[in-house]
Design a protein around this ligand. Structure first.
Ligand SMILES: C=C1C[C@]23C[C@@]1(O)CC[C@H]2[C@@]12CCC[C@@](C)(C(=O)O1)[C@H]2[C@@H]3C(=O)O
Ligand SMILES: O=C(O)CCC(=O)C(=O)O
Ligand SMILES: [Fe+2]
Length: 357
């Protein structure tokens, strides 16, 4: 019987020459690895310069076509990106036993561990990570860095502040491309929600160690983020792939100075389906390990319901999704994973009151 450290920590597997069966994926299911026959040229997601005068149109097109894009001139200081990347490296370089002292509890999400989506897959993913959803990372950091935790906590706080600023800016540009403003979001007018119109979701530090057989392994399986949007910083090693029906899996090469943005399920709901949430995954590498840092921008806190923006639905249109709170949506996602959007669709016969127990 393997110990918890052997069971959970990919750090113990890097010396292996072959992939254990429990980590070997058959990549023939839902999203094929092969490009569709219609895909002719090698494609890539757009890089949008945020200082471009046409930024609203450019972001709108990228969102509608891909649900993902890279951004240049985003204003996040390079030093901060370097700091959070080196914080992540320091953490993942620790021995398995040390990392496990900061493991997320059985019920909790925050802390060190496997990707949260792991239970939905038969095979294990070739990655480890650390999730920050609340203040509990202070205690985890104190355990990991007894003498230096204040410094590391400061990096997280500064990162959160910069990312929130950037996410808010992106939200207003993307809404602009749909002909609406933040004030058209119904919950934005609620006085009790004035402190934070969209809530913090999570920061996920991901580590993908060198892998003996990358073709047969999976770093992070295909998923959409539940968020409004996710801002991703990837180290200089590629691995992120986004899926588009017409193109198949497309690798997002890390371009120096850029950040990658994924549209999440909440934005899909707000836009009444006009903007897709992007299916993405992370592949691994035979010679280089990889770090990525995802800032997952969540929904509004508490009882506030998220629903398609009325002005986008229009006077005669119909709302594709029923209203849900962010907490409720995360719960649905944790139960039905990739069927979560279907579970709240108003035109899905299995969601009609007579079919809901
Ligand atoms: C706020 C959240 C989004 C997330 C679930 C969580 O409660 C905390 C972890 C987040 C994350 C990060 C990696 C990918 C993802 C799908 C996962 O398994 O955990 C997302 C979740 C999500 O977007 O649903
Ligand atoms: O590591 C990556 O490139 C993807 C990470 C990701 O999708 C996530 O953390 O949600
Ligand atoms: Fe993701």
């Amino acid at each position: 019987m393997p110990s918890l450290a052997e069971e959970i920590c990919i750090g113990n597997l890097v010396s292996l020459q072959t992939l254990p069966d429990s980590f070997t994926w058959k990549l023939t299911t839902a999203y094929s690895d092969l490009p569709p026959s219609s895909a002719t040229v090698e494609e890539s997601i757009p890089v949008v310069d945020l200082s471009d005068p046409d930024v609203t149109t450019l972001l709108g097109n990228a969102c509608k076509t891909w649900g993902a894009f890279q951004i240049a001139n985003h204003g996040v200081p390079q030093d901060l990106l370097d700091d959070i990347e080196s914080l992540s490296k320091t953490l993942f370089d620790m021995p398995a036993e040390r990392k496990l002292e900061a493991a997320s509890s059985d019920k909790g999400v925050s802390g060190y561990g496997e990707p949260r989506i792991s239970p939905f897959f038969e095979k294990k993913m070739w990655s480890e990570g650390f999730t920050i959803t609340d203040g509990s990372y202070h205690n985890h950091f104190l355990t990991l860095w007894p003498h230096d935790h204040t410094n590391y906590c400061g990096i997280i706080e500064a990162y959160k502040a910069e990312m929130e600023k950037l996410a808010t800016r992106l939200l207003s540009c993307i809404l602009g491309s749909l002909g609406v403003t933040v004030d058209d979001i119904e919950w934005a007018h609620m006085p009790e929600n004035s402190e934070s119109k969209v809530g913090f979701g999570a920061i996920r530090l991901n580590h993908y160690p060198v892998c003996p057989e990358p073709e047969r392994a999976m770093g992070l399986a295909a998923h959409t983020d539940s968020t409004m949007l996710t801002i991703l910083h990837q180290s200089n090693t590629g691995g992120l792939q986004v899926f588009r029906e017409e193109s198949g899996w497309v690798t997002v090469e890390p371009a120096p100075g850029t950040l990658e943005v994924n549209i999440g399920d909440l934005f899909h709901i707000l836009s009444n389906g006009k903007i897709p949430s992007v299916v993405h995954r992370a592949k691994v590498n035979q010679t280089r390990s990889r770090i990525s840092i995802a800032y997952l921008w969540g929904g509004p806190a508490g009882d506030v319901k998220i629903a398609p923006i009325s002005k986008i639905v229009g006077p005669v249109g119909s709302s594709l999704f029923r209203p849900v709170t962010w907490k409720e949506y995360l719960q649905i996602k944790s139960e039905v994973f990739d069927k979560a959007l279907d579970a709240i669709r108003t035109d899905n016969p299995s969601n009609s009151p007579s079919n809901v127990l």
